[in-house]
Design a protein around this ligand. Structure first.
Ligand code: ADP
Ligand code: MG
Length: 683
């Protein structure tokens, strides 16, 4: 019988020593081995004539040895071996470093195949460190060769051999069990699992590879999407809290200092409906920076508290917690609702007091950082959990907080706007609400990308704005000076701004490693307008709201991703003044230029997110949210969007026809899920 769980050590050609090396690649079992997919492939199949070789390309030549191997010791530990070969169109010089075993490898007058990177300088054709085969063998050349992402201390050759052995063992035991139902394979024109696994490693043609990849991507996305939907179905089965229908949110909405946008009203209606239902709410609230998510959570909190429950709001930074506390108090205190803060910087005594009051139900709304997750934090009656800027928290942390109540409603807020198709897979366990409208009268933030030569003009502009009463953020990426990358450290940068550039203004700096008390003090002073220029790391990225700040300067903007630049830019443009974002860049590759261009062209977070995905892939979104979810081994959420859409259709059909996967035909997927998904998501 095929044992996929068999330790990799027992695969032919591995043994204990190599098993340890394989573990570095996260390969522990036979299954891990055969699902360690190539990163790319080299086409070593097609012979190129020496005369038509192109500089910089990897190519295969078939040529006859016309010289003896020359050996040239250039310095200690560095010997270069050179060989001249010829075909009927030209000659080529081959070179290797320190490969003494090659010295007597080649026979003068014999023909071999060589594959390697070509370099042509002053008409001289060379190939560096080529791999080779005898004329009639195809071990290293002569076919499509998989290249694995990393081999640690194994060579590509060795790893390839081991994987080949692994596949042979699988084949010997009658192959893998099919993981997709027949009807899906047929409808989607997907090939059978064994063929796919074989061809993903050793395709004979690129067409074979494409087919194999499509099948494996489909399977991976299907199991991910279905797994998430199943989790959601589970939540819905569990009995939650039905908040009181008697508590109307209309009254509090009427008393707000502004009129809600239609989008805010719509999502609040969705949330209100969820909250009144007996099942627990698990909802994602998406909205671009500045779209007004906070007030939505304040109103949801009102509903919960007035129904007799407590609320926990978890945010990623203490700065944000402090700020939220103010907003919550302002709106909720008139209704006799008590709001408190729990962050690491408050005194031990105060903390004990808060913990005690929470337990006794004397605090209605608690706003805090990770500190809320601590074991001693208990609630009398926790009814609603809100996590703000969720991409900073993992699924598990959310679950830990929820477990402090009896199936409380959960609202997850994120300012990272992502296309719906993607949201369905990244947050597939949640229902989704989207605020797709900004409060009225928001002005577009004017954005400029500038180089060194513009510095003087930028500084003059800053001065003028401050003289008019505005305030400025300056963001730089790292705390410590990094010699190599020459990034400005916060401290140095603030000295430059204070001493050299703007001695007449009050400049301060803030960074993540600072004591929280100090951070709070500085943010408070900035809010009160006592500080004109605030130099900061990305700690201000999330949620900070100082409406009078109208200029955002980003140093080394080329170091940031688009989504992050957009978040940072979102710190300005929050008041009535025209705001500006200045992206200072060094040099600029094609991608940097393209990124800066997008930032200048649009303020639309959805467009920016889509572009970011295109330029950087989905790793960032996925990586940060992954905790607890199976990783994607082969699918690329951006490139594979068409497949994902197809998968989502299939998932929808399954949800309608066979929600609990009871039908015989869906047995394979049920098995697949149990293995790939449910097992790992122990929450
Ligand atoms: P985000 O969605 O980025 O968290 P916030 O909730 O911080 O946005 O809101 C940004 C600013 O807009 C706040 O100052 C808030 O008071 C204000 N705001 C929210 N909704 C409205 C509205 N409907 N009309 C006017 N201003 C609003
Ligand atoms: Mg916010």
């Amino acid at each position: 019988m095929l044992e996929l769980d068999k330790e990799v050590q027992y695969v032919k050609g591995v043994g204990p020593a190599r098993a340890i090396l394989l573990q570095k690649l996260n390969i522990y079992t036979l299954e891990d081995l055969i699902t360690y997919y190539p990163r790319t492939y080299e086409d070593r199949g097609k012979v190129t004539k020496i005369y038509t070789l192109q500089d910089g390309e990897e190519s295969l030549i078939q040529a006859t040895v016309v010289s003896k191997m020359s050996e040239n010791r250039v310095r200690k530990n560095m010997t270069i071996y050179k060989l001249i070969v010829r075909d009927d169109t030209g000659t080529c010089m081959l070179s290797w470093f320190n490969q003494s075993y090659l010295k007597h490898k080649f026979v003068l007058g014999n023909t071999y195949k060589f594959y390697g990177k070509v370099s042509i300088k002053a008409g001289k054709i060379e190939m560096n460190s080529p791999v080779f085969d005898d004329e009639n063998t195809n071990k290293n050349t002569g076919k499509i060769i998989p290249i694995y992402p990393s081999t640690y201390k194994l060579t590509q050759n060795t790893l390839r051999g081991i994987i080949q052995n692994g596949l042979a063992e699988v084949k010997k035991e009658n192959g893998l069990e099919e993981t997709l139902p027949e009807y899906i394979k047929k409808k989607e024109e997907l090939e059978e699992i064994n063929q796919a696994i074989e061809n993903i490693h050793f395709p004979k043609t690129f067409e074979d590879f494409e087919k194999a990849r499509k099948r494996l991507v489909f399977e991976e996305l299907l199991s991910m999407q279905l797994g998430l939907v199943n989790i959601k179905n589970e939540y819905e089965k569990g009995k939650g809290i039905a908040f009181s229908q008697e508590v109307s949110i209309e009254e509090i909405i009427q008393k707000l200092p502004f009129t809600l946008t239609n989008a805010q009203k719509r999502v609040l209606a969705e949330i209100n409906q969820d909250m009144e239902k007996e099942t627990a709410m698990n909802r994602l609230l998406q909205g671009d920076v500045g779209s007004g998510k906070t007030v939505v959570s304040i109103i949801a909190s009102y509903k919960a508290v007035k129904s007799g429950y407590q609320v926990a709001i978890m945010v990623p930074t203490s700065i944000l917690a402090v700020q939220h506390l103010e907003s919550f108090k302002q709106i909720l205190e008139p209704y006799g609702i008590t709001c408190e803060l729990l962050i690491s910087s408050i005194t031990k005594k105060k903390k004990e007091e808060i913990v005690e009051n929470l337990k006794q139900g004397k605090i209605d709304v608690i706003i805090g950082t990770h500190a809320l997750l601590q074991e001693n934090v208990e609630f009398l009656k926790l009814g609603l959990v809100v996590t703000d800027e969720q991409h900073r928290f993992g699924v598990r942390q959310r679950a830990t907080l929820s477990s402090k109540g009896k199936n409380p409603d959960v609202l997850v807020m994120t300012a990272t706007p992502i296309p719906r198709t993607l949201a369905l897979i990244l947050y597939g366990d949640l229902d989704i609400s989207i605020i797709d409208e900004l409060p009225p009268n928001r002005k577009k933030i004017e954005t400029f990308a500038v180089g060194k030569s513009m510095e003087q003009r930028v500084n003059n502009f800053i001065r003028k704005q401050i003289q008019e009463g505005r305030q400025v953020y300056v963001v730089c990426p790292l705390v410590e000076e990094d010699e190599e990358q020459k990034l400005n450290s916060v401290i140095e940068l603030s000295q430059k701004y204070q001493k050299e550039l703007f001695p007449e203004f009050h400049v301060e700096y803030i960074h993540g490693k600072m004591k929280a008390k100090e951070k709070d003090r500085i943010m408070q002073e900035f809010k009160e307008g006592k500080i004109q220029i605030l130099i900061s790391t990305t700690v201000i990225e999330v949620g900070v709201n100082v409406p009078n700040a109208s200029i955002m300067i980003i140093e080394n903007a080329e170091r940031f991703g688009l989504a992050q630049l957009h978040q940072l830019r979102g710190r300005v443009g929050r008041g009535e003044n025209q705001s500006y974002c200045i992206l200072k860049c060094k040099g600029g590759s094609g991608i940097t230029k393209e990124r800066m261009k997008i930032m200048q062209e649009t303020n639309d977070g959805f467009k920016i997110a889509e572009k970011d995905l295109e330029l950087r892939g989905t790793g960032e979104f996925f990586g940060t949210r992954q905790h607890g979810l199976p990783e994607l081994k082969i699918a690329n959420l951006f490139e594979d969007m068409p497949i994902l859409k197809e998968v989502q259709k299939v998932v929808q059909e399954i949800q309608q026809e066979d929600k609990n996967l009871q039908k015989q035909e869906n047995k394979p997927i049920k098995k697949l899920l149990a293995k790939k998904f449910v097992k790992r998501i122990e929450m």
